[in-house]
Design a protein around this ligand. Sequence first.
Ligand code: HEM
Length: 470
Amino acid sequence: MALTLDSRFLLLLAAVAAPSYLAALYGPIVRIGPDEIHINDPDYYNEIYAPNTRRRDKSPLWFWMGGSNNFGDNSAFTTLNHDLHRLRRSAVNPHFSKQKVQELEPRVRNHVLHLKKRLLDLAGTDESVDLSQATSALTLDVISDYAFGKAVGALDRPDMAKPWNDMLHAGVKIHPFARTFPTIARNMLRIPAWMMPTNNMKQEVDKFMSILTGMTQSAKDEAPAEKAKSKSGDLSSGHTNVLQAIFNSTLPEEEKTFSRVAGEAMIFVGAGTETTGRTLAVTLYNILANREVHDRLLEEIRTVIPESGSPLPPATQLEQLPYLTAVVQEGLRISHGVAGRLARIAPDEDLNYHGHQIGRGTTVSQSNYLVHTHPKYFPDPFKFQPEHFMGPEGEQARRHLVAFGRGNRACVGLNLAYSELFLTIATLIGTLKMELVHTTARDATIVTEYFIGCLPADSKGIRVRVLGEL
Ligand code: HEM
């Protein structure tokens, strides 16, 4: 029998710190709420997040958004049922495959070079820039370009779209409350926009939402023409647009309504922006703060980018560099893109954890944060050490890197995220001279969990001054 701790309020505390604290007191398996068991054991991860052949539903205890008309309601991400999720993912998967990401890499590279130019414009001035802001502007442009066929232009804006990123960031803050009081949260989100008080933030939110809605509408309007073109073998547009592909897919008609596809669009933007942007910023901080890591990485990058004017090699070539690869993996580990518990239900099989029988239908969770800081595989877990992932000894660490989740619900955007991480780190470290200003390790440390991991709210960011080209 798992231990019983029967208090609703524990759910609020139970996000990340509590399971780890309770596990220290009671062992790795703890009942953390009336209906949820948490298992803090990296070796049991693949059992909870099993491959496709074994059904896994998402738990409404944690994925509370269904019926809220918001937060990507009806997207694959918020779908609870295993089979419906498979159907929805089938329309999206081919557009995020490794091959597709390679095909569209020129578009990612253009945005990375745009970011480099924006940073270089600051060279020689006293101005510093918050890397979290700059990299989130990059990832917002990349995912909008990829999903809608057109970037929202975050890097073009003088403020690098700070209000839009603040909005995405503010949006996730509802999670701890909503997980505890889902009905109240869902009803709050149904309040019509015109009843909300007007302020600057709301104006920016309205503007952003109207851009996303407009792009989703264009994808719907243009989908039939695109379909006709591809049937006739005309590949002239050469312009993948994931939303159009969903409208043109073989999904049943009720799965292709405007509001359902708009839900997918919202999740692409929400899931693709902050996670990748923050991973980039935290990784860059750790490179710049650690001279040895920086110099070793630069030396390796020089083998493929001999000088800052040299062309940027394709991501596939960068992925062959062992130290850069280890830096990217360690960056993914330490930046906790998704930090919160990921709750699953095995609807038609009992699970067994070292003799503890877990009945089918029970919500079971584990959190990536705890896997990535587990001393068994990551001794000194808060120190940035790419060596964790190097060589044959790095095998255990690689096996327990779960930044993108596992199983049928794993991140659909991981190939795109890897491409962004390799291209951006190689470009910025290989071609720019930057120094950290007024930034300490605390500014780059995840201290709160709102489903995604968040940096300290009172921090001024991961600030760098750009000194010029290398
Ligand atoms: C470093 C960057 C990223 C990290 C750490 C990350 C992490 C994750 C994780 C852990 C999940 C599983 C969540 C769950 O089990 O509920 C997930 C799902 C998802 N991610 Fe990512 N992600 C990243 C980048 C991206 C990008 C670039 C996209 C662009 C499309 C994306 C789109 C999604 C979507 C749509 C889902 C839902 C998949 C589904 O339920 O079918 N992510 N991500």
